[in-house]
Structures are given as structure tokens and as C-alpha cells.
Design a protein around this ligand. Structure first.
Ligand code: NAP
Length: 373
């Protein structure tokens, strides 16, 4: 199959390329690489047909593909997908961007959770398969056991989302902010070492975080030494678009838009490099003790890892750094809450570039080209 790959230079795309190489996916396809800025340069993996990178806006070349796999972003999808479909292109469109997710003809793909929905869509001849929001996908994977058993009445999720969730440039900016702060902190640290008060030290650092010299082009605000309690656009309802996605997308993935589970919370960007974390309050449909909840969670899928609710285990296994670059979905801090026997807390972490973005896309590609994952 001829597969056009777009967005492979970006954050999600780079991880996707790494995973496709590791799983030998390129042996199954004839890839053509596209870019909006690098057309004419050597392709990262030359196929028989295209040794050079093609122009990602060239509808005629794109139309020659059986599958288009894009992690280029929503603006690209909105510009190119309608033009391709209008030109009669009937290939499979696999996409990381959110633009098409809620379209009725699109399926949000997370096969460990909704393989039945994906298979039914393939049988019906649907052609648009879209990866879910990273935080939503990680939540559904972590709680898969409870969803399968229909034990959840509602979820409040408080997120701690990494810089990488905003893209490659944002990751660089976070480190640039840290470097700027490090360079600018020499004198205050020396003063503190020489006995200056901690309040003077704190004021000196806060001043450096607020001054014009710190790079903020991507985040619009210092993220190093700070956090940003708003992700994505403002819906004008008091809810951010990222927060809206949790309920809307999760229920579409679970194929229960007619009888939705309420999922909402506050989405927060924190100065973590990679991996999103979520603190959860869950109302169960019936009273359960924490041990029984852990048993159900363990059976959710092959990637979920229940972490013992102790200080040592939480510090060892339940941090973004512990999870970064792995397919594991640890969930811990599970305990009954004083609000009542149906309420439990949990904390989960996942690599939002792997299960949250690249992995469902490459697994969907494999399903299309080989019929299995
Ligand atoms: P990104 O890192 O900003 O990359 C997007 C594109 O930016 C690249 O394909 C590349 O396109 C261009 N680019 C320009 N300068 C670049 C540079 N210096 N290095 C790398 N690429 C550069 O975006 P992303 O985070 O991968 O997100 C892509 C899509 O996936 C978005 O729709 C996003 O919402 C979605 N998504 C992201 C995540 C996540 O965790 N990041 C998770 C789920 C879904 P050209 O080759 O055409 O220049």
C-alpha cells in the first residue's frame, strides 16, 4: 500500500517514526514523505517511487496514496482533507489532529478500548480514523477495566500536562526558559549562599521569571517555575476546549454518546517535559473497596500497571520521568474517599506521545494494511 506520511518531523511524528521503525511497519508499506516546508530534500526513508520529500499541499500527489497518515496539525487537516475528498479521493485518512474527531463519519481510534467500533466502521467502509486527545486516551486506557464493567458513574480529572503535549517548539521553549533562569540565577544563588534571606532569593527569581528576557513565544507565559491553568481555546462557557474534549471524546470512543458518562475537570500545563498525569476522583456505580477496584483495573488491558498506594512505590513508579518513553500506563494512589463508599481517588501517568498520540495511529495503519495489529 502507498502510504503518505505528513508531520513526521514534529513531536508526534518523530515518535511515530521511531515506533514504526521499531515494529518494522515500513516493511509492510511503500512510504512517501510529505512536508509543508521541506519539499525537494531527501526523504528520511526513500521508497521506490519517491526519494525526495513531496509537497504536503500537492493534492495530485496526495491523491495517489492509498493511506494518508498525518500528524501535521489541525490547520493542515482543515485545509487538505476537504479538498482531497472533494476531488474524489477514497483512501484512508489517519490523523492525530482534533479537527475531524467529532465528525459523524470519523472514528476516534483507541483499539485496546474500542476495537469493536473500529472493526464495525471498517466493515461499513468508513475512511477517516482519528487519534483521540492524548489525555482522554490515557484516561481510558488506565480505567479500561472499570469502563468495561460499567462501574463508573462520573469522573473528575485534574490534569498535569507536559510541555510536549503542545509540540516540539514548546518543549524547546521550556528548556530555554530553564536555561535562562539558570543563567540569571547565578547572582541570587551566590547571595543566598552568602546569607541573604530566602525572601530576597524568592523575589529575585520571581523577578527573573516575569521580565521580558525570558522566552515565551510559544506558551505566552513562563512555564518553568510556574504552571498555566488553561489548555487550548476558550469556549466562552468557562470550560477550555481541552476540558470539553474529556467528556465528548471519551463517550464517542466508548460508543456511549446516547448514555454518556460525565467526565470533566481542570486541565493544567505544568513544566514537565513529556508524559501527562491526571489526579482522578471517581464516583462508582456501587460501593467497592480499593483492593477490589485494583483487581478490576489490572484486567483492563496489557499495558495498565496498578501501583501499590505507598510513598515509596508512588515515588518510584508513578512519575512522568519513570514512564517517559514506555508504553506502560501506571495507575496508583487508589483509595476510598471519605465522601462515601462509592468514591475513590486515583493518579495515573502515561506517555502522551506514545499511547496518547503515535501508537493508536500506527496500530490503525497496521490494521488497514495487514488486517491485524
Ligand atoms: P509539532 O511538534 O508542532 O509539529 C508539527 C509540524 O511542525 C511538523 O510536522 C513540521 O512540519 C513543523 N515544524 C516546523 N518547525 C519544526 C521543527 N523545528 N521541528 C519539528 N517540526 C517542525 O506538533 P505535534 O505536537 O507533533 O502535534 C501534531 C498534531 O498532533 C496536532 O494536531 C496535535 O494537536 C496532535 N496531537 C499532539 C499530541 C502531543 O502530545 N504533542 C498528542 C495528541 C495529538 P513541516 O515538515 O511541514 O515543516
Amino acid at each position: 500500500m502507498r502510504v503518505g506520511i505528513i508531520g513526521w518531523r514534529g513531536m508526534v511524528g518523530s515518535v511515530l517514526m521511531e515506533r514504526m521503525r521499531a515494529e518494522d511497519d515500513f516493511a509492510l508499506i511503500e512510504p512517501t514523505f510529505f512536508s509543508t516546508t521541506q519539499a525537494g530534500l531527501s526523504a528520511p526513508l526513500a521508497s521506490h517511487a519517491h526519494a525526495l520529500i513531496c509537497d504536503a499541499n500537492d493534492i495530485a500527489v496526495l491523491s495517489g496514496m492509498d493511506v494518508i497518515l498525518t500528524c501535521q496539525g489541525g490547520a493542515y487537516t482543515e485545509r487538505v482533507h476537504p479538498r482531497l475528498r472533494a476531488a474524489g479521493w477514497g483512501g484512508y485518512w489517519i490523523d492525530a489532529a482534533s479537527s475531524l474527531r467529532m465528525q459523524p463519519e470519523a472514528v476516534i481510534i483507541l483499539d485496546p478500548v474500542n476495537r469493536d467500533v473500529i472493526d464495525a466502521a471498517l466493515r461499513r467502509g468508513q475512511r477517516d480514523f482519528i487519534g483521540g486527545n492524548c489525555t482522554v486516551s490515557l484516561l481510558l486506557l488506565a480505567l479500561a477495566g472499570l469502563f468495561k464493567a460499567d462501574l463508573i458513574e462520573w469522573i473528575s480529572s485534574m490534569t498535569y500536562q507536559a510541555a510536549s503535549g503542545a509540540g516540539a517548539a514548546n518543549m524547546r521553549e521550556l528548556v530555554a526558559q530553564m536555561a535562562y533562569l539558570g543563567l540569571e540565577s547565578g547572582a541570587p544563588i551566590a547571595d543566598a549562599d552568602a546569607g541573604a534571606s530566602i525572601l530576597e532569593f524568592d523575589r529575585a527569581i520571581a523577578t527573573r521569571l516575569r521580565v521580558a528576557g525570558i522566552p515565551v513565544a510559544e506558551f505566552g507565559q513562563a512555564l518553568a517555575g510556574n504552571l498555566i491553568p488553561w489548555i487550548d481555546s476558550d469556549l466562552g462557557t468557562g470550560q477550555s476546549r481541552e476540558e470539553w474534549k474529556s467528556g465528548a471524546e471519551a463517550n464517542k470512543i466508548l460508543d456511549r454518546t446516547e448514555r454518556p458518562i460525565a467526565i470533566d475537570g481542570v486541565c493544567v500545563r505544568v513544566g514537565v517535559m513529556r508524559c501527562h498525569s491526571q489526579a482522578l476522583t471517581i464516583k462508582l456505580r456501587r460501593p467497592m473497596d480499593a483492593a477490589a477496584v485494583e483487581d478490576v483495573l489490572r484486567g483492563g488491558n496489557s499495558w495498565v500497571r496498578v501501583i501499590q498506594n505507598t510513598r515509596d512505590e508512588s515515588m518510584r513508579a508513578l512519575t512522568p520521568l519513570a514512564v517517559s518513553g514506555t508504553m506502560d500506563i501506571p495507575i496508583g494512589r487508589i483509595r476510598n474517599l471519605p465522601m462515601g463508599p462509592q468514591y475513590i481517588s486515583a493518579f495515573t501517568v502515561g506517555d502522551q506521545l506514545l499511547w496518547g498520540a503515535a501508537e493508536p495511529l500506527r496500530r490503525m495503519l497496521r490494521l488497514i494494511v495487514s488486517g491485524t495489529i
